[in-house]
Design a binder for this molecule. Structure first.
Ligand code: IPD
Ligand code: CA
Ligand code: CA
Ligand code: CA
Length: 285
């Protein structure tokens, strides 16, 4: 309805404000010493800033929208259930690119997505190093600093730049499939493959047309939620690695400027399996 439409627009204004505020906290925190610990594996890093920024975002939003649900990376790590219901739901990655953040490698973002009835309504991504703001609302286009953006319309894979990211698993069998997938794409041949260390910013680069396709196994719903709206509103395709519709909780994604490019990637990939984000058997789906 236009009533809820107006409501979601107001929510998006709040999201933009809080993403920029959080992004500036991250920007400042980069300059100071970081207290780094690990989560699931020695390469799964978390810092005090990750937790503080998530707390800042969720408490600000919860204050304004007390009836909404919140899914955040660090709250999930602390044991909160990660599942989507029909309720208005915020899906938050406070610092995407924590490893980059730890190294001051300038690819770090704050990502805030919003879904209603399990449908993504808008997404906001703030690049913490250069202050670039990516935004999109379903049906209203995608923007970079307020300027409309468009995906690449390239259909020819031999002219494609492909982005991917390394997931959490680093065992030899997984790395073998991971590198096999990259070798296949390089020998296709495509123009190249890049890994920048931030899934959300890689996806934003698909939205602006700086690269033709992106795929990843092992990312989480907070890595894709905001970016999926941004890419779709920029005219692109976001699907499952199997070629079916995107499932936010499945931990895998192919995004591309064109269907041809997305389908090509789908055909090349050998899958890597990850436990779903909503895999707790006790939770309501
Ligand atoms: C990670 C980054 C990384 C990707 C991982 C993500 P985090 O997010 O986006 O590029 O390979 O799958 O988990 O942990 O830095 O928010
Ligand atoms: Ca993390
Ligand atoms: Ca992330
Ligand atoms: Ca994160």
């Amino acid at each position: 309805t236009s009533e809820s439409d107006k409501g979601w627009r107001e929510c998006m204004d709040v999201a933009v404000e809080v993403a920029c505020r959080a992004g500036k906290v991250v920007q400042e925190a980069v300059k100071h010493e970081k207290s780094v610990s690990t989560k699931s594996t020695p390469t799964d890093l978390v810092t005090e800033a990750d937790q503080q920024v998530e707390e800042l975002i969720i408490s600000t939003l919860r204050d304004k929208f007390p009836s909404h649900r919140f899914i955040g990376e660090e709250s999930s790590a602390a044991g909160e259930k990660c599942f989507l219901t029909d309720s208005p739901s915020w899906i938050i990655d406070p610092i995407d690119g924590t490893c980059n953040f730890v190294h001051s490698f300038p690819m770090v973002a704050v990502s805030i997505g919003f879904a209603v009835k399990k449908e993504l309504e808008f997404g906001v991504i703030y690049h913490c190093f250069d202050g670039t703001l990516y935004t999109a609302r379903k049906g209203h286009g995608a923007f970079c600093n307020g300027v409309r953006i468009q995906v690449s319309k390239e259909k020819d894979v031999s002219k494609a730049l492909i982005l991917t990211e390394i997931g959490a698993k680093r065992d030899p069998a997984t790395l073998n499939i991971f590198s096999g997938n990259i070798m296949k794409l390089l020998s296709a041949p495509t123009h190249g493959v890049r890994i920048i260390g931030s899934s959300t910013l890689a996806l934003c680069l698909i939205a602006t047309g700086a690269a033709e396709a992106y795929y990843q196994y092992g990312l989480h719903c907070w890595d894709i939620a905001a970016a999926a709206v941004i890419i779709r509103e920029a005219g692109g395709v976001v699907i499952d690695t199997s070629g079916g519709p995107l499932d936010l909780m499945s931990r895998r994604v192919v995004a591309a400027g064109t269907h041809e490019m997305a389908n090509y990637i789908v055909q090349q990939l050998q899958p890597i399996s990850y436990e779903r984000d909503d895999s707790d058997p006790g939770v309501q789906k």
